[in-house]
Design a protein around this ligand. Structure first.
Ligand SMILES: Nc1nc2c(ncn2[C@@H]2O[C@H](COP(=O)(O)OP(=O)(O)OP(=O)(O)O)[C@@H](O)[C@H]2O)c(=O)[nH]1
Ligand SMILES: [Mg+2]
Length: 209
């Protein structure tokens, strides 16, 4: 009989991690959660109302009829021991109050930016920088837009050198996966750069003078 690596008597201890997919209005957050989640994503789409007029910049996404009013939720099983939970934020300014709730307990974030409306990304980048929550930036490329050099995009977004940035297509599974791999590497690099802590209960070695 084939042996199974899953022992019913001792099921593996499952670790879960919460990741945010954030960004300004209409940058592709709901699209990304849908492209990468292994379950049918939970989404909270509602028709865009007149309240959006003059507030949300619809240029480039004029055909957009709905917007996220609470969150998007998706899941990825990385291994039997590790599950990622994805939380997409709402993009409209008037739902910004909800972001702190969504960010609670998150390990990090993917910040999506629309190549045609980079300015809209500043509030999102400020949000994560001010809370010292690690993030990577995915510049969602919309057809026909100008393709800037990555170095120019970094300059335009005034990103700190250590923050990863790459082009992406929020509709494409593989492209979204690369963003999450980039975020994982970024999180691990952050851990490695921390000063070594003495294991609790172990006295710290005497300082050398
Ligand atoms: N051409 C193109 N269209 C895209 C891409 N990503 C998203 N879209 C389209 O852009 C529109 C906006 O996408 P959403 O995923 O709803 O954006 P969102 O960021 O969740 O929007 P809000 O929740 O309202 O802030 C949708 O019509 C998508 O199909 C892309 O990479 N290329
Ligand atoms: Mg959305």
């Amino acid at each position: 009989m084939a042996s199974s690596s899953f022992d019913l008597a001792q099921p593996p201890k499952i670790t879960s991690a919460k990741i945010l997919i954030a960004g300004g209005f209409g940058v592709g957050k709901t699209t990304m959660v849908g492209a990468i989640s292994e379950i049918a994503p939970l989404s909270t789409e509602e028709l865009i109302t007149a309240r959006s007029e003059g507030v949300d910049d619809l240029s480039g996404v004029e055909s957009k009829a709905t917007t996220t009013v609470a969150l998007d939720f998706g899941r990825i099983t990385v291994s039997p021991k590790l599950i990622l939970y994805l939380f997409g934020t709402p993009g409209q300014e008037r739902f910004r109050f909800f972001w702190d709730e969504l960010a609670a307990g998150a390990l990090g974030a993917v910040v999506l930016a629309d190549i045609r409306r980079l300015d809209d990304s500043f509030p999102t980048i400020d949000f994560f920088e001010s809370r010292r929550l690690p993030f990577v930036v995915g510049v969602n490329y919309f057809d026909g837009a100008h393709r800037y050099r990555v170095a120019d995009l970094r300059g335009a977004l005034d990103l700190e050198d250590h923050v990863p940035l790459s082009y992406c297509d929020a509709r494409n599974h593989e492209s979204c996966k690369q963003l999450l791999v980039g975020l994982t590497e970024h999180l691990l690099a952050g851990l490695e750069s921390l000063p070594e802590q003495p294991i609790s209960g172990t006295p710290a070695p005497p300082a050398i003078r």
